[in-house]
Design a protein around this ligand. Structure first.
Ligand SMILES: [Zn+2]
Length: 288
């Protein structure tokens, strides 16, 4: 199975009232964990790659080849999209040239006119190769490009302006935040989500910062047009907690317990389990 654009899987998700999970790669173990999880429960999946991960894992070409190699080696038959997460303009272009099947161009920190111009250019270059495009309007709370802020809401009129550029799905802030949510978080703003949905029709919406949002709010967001949900923090925590437990139980001191593959195995299993838990919540199980 070759990597696929995310457009078709997300259009199907909108029609079927479920969401496809976007899970961020952090290392080789996460590639294995997510592919095995998606295959086990027959769910489509989007693998997200941030600029930091791209640098850590040897650049876009290395990651494309690694993911495609694992798909072949593990006999993965479900649709897998390899997607740039919060790409700067140069990163989006680099990934388009190096085998990614989907890109997010995040021009949300730019003035709206410049965001529009650059989004248009990314759409032109990506669509010429059958690559899907996500754009972002307004900032999403938490840490983004070193800027730190609280759950902002996108302007529905600006969402419409960006949607009209021919993008395939749109990320818009509705009070969601990257990373851990503060105790006094107000929750998702469903009035804003409804107003955006009214402007953009059936264009799939993306919910960033999908970790730790209460399940009922996730389900309500999906009912209101969210078709892609980004999860990173919860999978990272699952990995780290399983790894800590391994050392706390002194399993590294047992026989070959010190080998790196043995040390990383519980984290890989925990990541896989978290991925399946999220796919169950998003309703994507059995949709591939
Ligand atoms: Zn994000």
């Amino acid at each position: 199975m070759k990597l696929v654009s995310a457009k078709e899987m997300l259009d199907d998700a909108v029609k079927g009232h479920y969401a496809v999970g976007h899970f961020n790669l952090n290392n080789m173990e996460s590639v294995r964990a997510f592919l095995l999880a998606a295959q086990e429960v027959k769910s489509p999946i989007i693998l997200g790659v941030s600029g930091g991960t791209a640098k850590y894992m040897g650049g876009y070409r290395t990651i494309t080849d690694m993911v495609q190699g694992f798909i072949n080696f593990l006999d993965i038959t479900i649709p897998v999209s390899l997607h740039v997460d919060h790409g700067k303009y140069a990163e989006a272009l680099d990934a388009i040239e190096n085998g990614f099947s989907s890109v997010m161009f995040d021009g949300s920190s730019l003035p709206i006119e410049e965001n529009i111009e650059k989004t248009k250019e990314v759409v032109r270059l990506a669509h010429a190769k059958g690559i899907s495009v996500e754009a972002e309007v307004g900032g999403i709370g938490g840490e983004e490009d070193g800027r730190s802020f609280r759950g902002e809401c996108a302007d529905p009129k600006q969402c419409k302006m960006i949607a009209d550029l021919g993008i395939d799905f749109l990320a818009a802030g509705i009070g969601n935040i990257h990373g851990k949510y503060p105790a006094d978080w107000e929750g998702l703003h469903f009035d804003v989500l409804e107003a955006i949905k009214k402007e953009i029709g059936d264009l799939p919406l993306v919910l960033h910062g999908g970790s730790m949002i209460p399940d009922d709010q996730i389900k309500k967001a999906i009912r209101n047009g969210v078709a892609k949900i980004n999860v990173n923090t919860e999978c990272q925590i699952a990995f780290t907690e399983a790894t800590r437990k391994y050392f706390e139980e002194n399993r590294d001191k047992e026989s070959k317990g010190f080998t790196p593959r043995a040390v990383l195995a519980p984290g890989l299993e925990a990541t896989k389990a978290m991925c399946i838990k999220k796919m169950t919540l998003f309703g994507s199980i059995g949709k591939a």
